[in-house]
Design a binder for this molecule. Sequence first.
Ligand SMILES: Cc1ncc(C[n+]2csc(CCOP(=O)(O)OP(=O)(O)O)c2C)c(N)n1
Ligand code: SF4
Ligand SMILES: [Mg+2]
Length: 280
Amino acid sequence: MSADLGAQAAGQPGPEYSYWDYLRHEAFPTFWCAGCGDGIILAALAKALAERGRAPHEVVAVTGIGCFGKADDYLKTHSLHGTHGRALAFATGVKAAKPELTVVAMMGDGDCATIGGNHLIHACRRDIGVLALVSNNLNYGMTGGQFSATTPSGSRTVTSPLGHAEAAFDLCALAEAAGAGFVARATAAHPELLRRLIYKALGRPGFAFIEVMSTCPTHFGRANRLGDAAKMLMALRDQYRGGEGLGVLVQKDTPGFSASYRAVQVAAAANPAKRAGEGR
Ligand SMILES: Cc1ncc(C[n+]2csc(CCOP(=O)(O)OP(=O)(O)O)c2C)c(N)n1
Ligand code: SF4
Ligand SMILES: [Mg+2]
């Protein structure tokens, strides 16, 4: 029994929602391979939403294309399944139009930072109140394991069978450099930390970026002889054993785009002659 259900059974008031309320049970089992890290990230998000007490209809899950881009299929929130690399562009539009909604863009490393890199840097700069939740499995899982902008130099993929010749982006450093007010990292081997980070991020008015180092045993793992899914998770746990590089890396108090834009709207209403394109 979960702690929530335990409290209810003991006659104490429990939280209004459980993670269970955010999942589309009829869509299970998921499309993901056994041992894929994506399910761990989905569960952490559902738990954090429940903890925040956001009703499912107040939440919009926005995705592009990719294995992690299937995540919205399993959420009983509003969802918007867009095109590859454009999740943050769609999410920006949703949040700009309806700032009262909780908007989460769920993206793979390809979706977010390879084809979608330009949208990422501008979302960071704009400080729009969207949570960017990235499953970084170091390759394009859905299309068969090609290298992406986060594939480590020297590693093997189907498009770098002799070792990748390029350097990888450090996504958190990229988000920080682009001006993100909240940047954090967890791994699929640290689900509790991930839940806490998502909870924190959901409380911010501005943009939040969370990178989850994840596992693709089917492609990246196989190509680099990293062993089965369990071995890959244990390797992630060991890689971050000291905690360096994990947790909240950047946290600033920023108003968020919706508040700044609202201030401009109020100013425009008070000064009609100064509206863009008028009074020249
Ligand atoms: C414009 C466009 N280019 C390419 C594709 C093909 N495509 C679909 S998913 C994908 C890569 C997905 O990788 P990532 O975003 O890392 O997600 P993962 O599958 O690893 O979770 C690509 C290249 C596409 N659907 N649309
Ligand atoms: S191909 Fe890789 S990323 Fe896609 S579901 Fe399978 S393990 Fe996960
Ligand atoms: Mg990927």
